[in-house]
Design a protein around this ligand. Structure first.
Ligand code: NAI
Ligand code: MG
Length: 493
């Protein structure tokens, strides 16, 4: 049995009995979602050649939002042809400065329609509106602006390198940051002179299709960006298409391995951004309240559907009790529920399947003998939900410590020395991100050098910036996205 926090024993402040917020739902009046969406190929919306559609639903109420085209091999082939033609005819011939202008235009149009994007992202995927409005969509615009700036300056990015585009990029993205991942993929590809075939995840295709509308309105030459919707088979069809020059994938480590195998021996370039199991390390000289906020943001942000989530907490023994108490206080105050409410901290789990995965892990944890605590929350009748969860008394070998859960589930372990925590932090198959909390700069440099992770945050967590490269070691992937480094995978020299 999962334990509920015992309010009298476990927490000092009972947020549940004092006061609560009135509902503050975001309006959907300004948003138009069509009943049916087709593929975006060669600058036009075209029906799927197999004639099939699938539903995308709102995970907060299980209601259907729209029918979306199911891509087959023929659709992918049409999209790749359109991308190749656009590459040969327009995009590779255009001056870099003009390419940049188109990307700036897309960035500005995203800003103009930011509210619409935020609402659709939240309806389709379940993340809190506060997050899609304040984090996802502003970052999407920022990535387009940033890469627009590089379009005519590539010779300065790689002095003496004479960089050239690759051709057609096939891009496959996940459901946790749907529009942001589309921006991470499309912006650098276009800035470097490539054309694109992108496939969004099957549970969250709508913001990519809205982006297609903007791309059409921005008057981008037809075929420069193509968006084909569908599930794993559609993704595999892009990966295996002989006329694609580069694959960029973000998603599960399992699918990443399949992709790597299937393109082995071809000339396709590959970037993989896969799972993670980040260690968030709190030393006893850290600013405690700031660290607690960072821990909360690190794992409960976006329901823990974050590859770089701070899912493993390591606390130095001297502050373990106080951190635990404050963490429980803060967890009790998190509002779980309607993602469209502006007060909501934790929205809906993205799909029934993902909720099933999280629940399976909690069962594994119970069978292993861990203490698992959940906050008590008042959940809607429909939809997929998981209350903030803390796993205590957990050993380094536990599957909850070793494997990616991708939900609002935090494990806590303690440590005495930097050497001990380094050993534990590095002991997973992953190496995407991590965090260190301390008052001492020297400790920060020591730890960030020795934790094998592509991204390390110090006294903060889950902060993103288009100028900063992002990517993993080990089974967390290969290649970097973002920053100057993010240009490199789309170029040959
Ligand atoms: P997934 O890896 O199956 O899906 C990601 C994308 O890949 C989707 O667009 C999907 O349609 C596509 N895809 C699936 N099979 C494919 C194939 N054989 N070839 C080409 N494309 C394919 O991820 P899933 O099943 O939705 O989530 C499972 C687990 O993966 C999660 O519990 C989480 O641990 C991890 N994950 C990690 C993400 C990250 O940001 N690194 C994002 C999403 C999931
Ligand atoms: Mg959906």
């Amino acid at each position: 049995m999962l334990k509920e926090f015992d309010l009298k024993k476990d927490i000092k402040l009972d947020f549940t009995s004092g006061w609560s917020y009135d509902p503050a739902p975001e309006s959907t009046d300004h948003v138009h979602i069509k009943d049916q969406y087709d593929h975006f190929i060669g600058g036009k919306f075209v029906a799927p050649q197999g004639g099939q559609y699938f539903d995308t639903t709102n995970p907060a109420n299980e209601k259907k939002l729209a029918s979306v085209a199911m891509g087959c091999d023929k659709d992918v082939d049409a999209a790749v042809k359109a991308a190749r033609t656009a590459y040969d005819k327009y995009w590779s011939k255009m001056s870099p400065r003009d390419r940049g202008r188109y990307i700036y235009r897309i960035a500005r149009m995203i800003q103009e329609r930011a509210r619409e994007f935020a609402v659709i992202e939240t309806l389709d995927g379940g993340k809190p509106i506060r997050e899609s409005r304040d984090v996802d969509v502003p970052l999407v615009a920022a990535y387009f602006f940033y890469y627009a700036g590089w379009a005519d300056k590539l010779q300065y990015a790689f002095p003496g390198g004479n960089p050239k585009p690759l051709g057609v990029a096939g891009q496959i993205i996940p459901w946790n940051f749907p529009l942001l991942m589309a921006a991470w993929k499309i912006a650098p590809a276009l800035a470097t002179g490539n054309t694109v075939v992108l496939k969004p995840a099957e549970t969250t295709p709508l913001t990519s299709l809205k982006l297609a509308e903007i791309i059409q309105e921005a008057d981008l030459p037809p075929g420069v960006v193509n968006i084909v919707t569908g599930a794993g088979d559609t993704g595999a069809s892009i990966v295996n298409h002989p006329n694609v020059d580069k694959i960029a994938f973000t998603g599960s480590t399992n699918v990443g391995k399949i992709i790597q195998k299937s393109i082995a021996g071809t000339n396709k370039k590959l970037t993989l951004e896969l799972g993670g199991k980040a260690a968030n390390i709190i030393f006893d000289d850290a600013t405690i309240d700031q660290a607690v906020e960072g821990i909360i943001n690190g794992i409960f942000f976006n329901q823990g559907h974050v590859c770089c989530a701070g899912s493993r907490l390591f606390v130095q023994e001297g502050v373990a009790d106080i951190i635990r108490d404050k963490l429980i206080d803060r967890m009790q105050s998190l509002i779980v529920g309607d993602p469209m409410d502006k007060n909501t901290d934790i929205g809906a789990i993205n799909s029934k399947e993902q909720l099933g995965t999280i629940q399976r892990y909690l069962e594994i944890g119970l069978n292993e003998g861990n203490e698992i605590y959940q906050t008590k929350c008042d959940l809607p009748d429909k939809g997929y939900w998981c209350c903030p969860t803390l796993v205590a008394n957990v050993s380094q070998s536990s599957r909850l410590v070793q494997e990616e859960i991708f939900g609002p589930v935090l494990t806590i372990q303690t440590f005495r020395t930097p050497e001990e925590v380094l050993e534990k932090a590095n002991n997973t198959p992953y190496g995407l991100s991590g965090g260190v909390w301390t008052d001492k700069g020297s400790k920060i440099f020591n730890m960030t050098n020795k934790v094998r992770a592509g991204v390390m945050w110090a006294n903060t967590f889950n902060k993103f910036d288009p100028t900063s490269p992002f990517g993993g070691y080990k089974e967390s992937g290969l290649g970097r996205e973002g920053g100057l480094h993010g240009l490199y995978p789309y170029l040959k020299f």
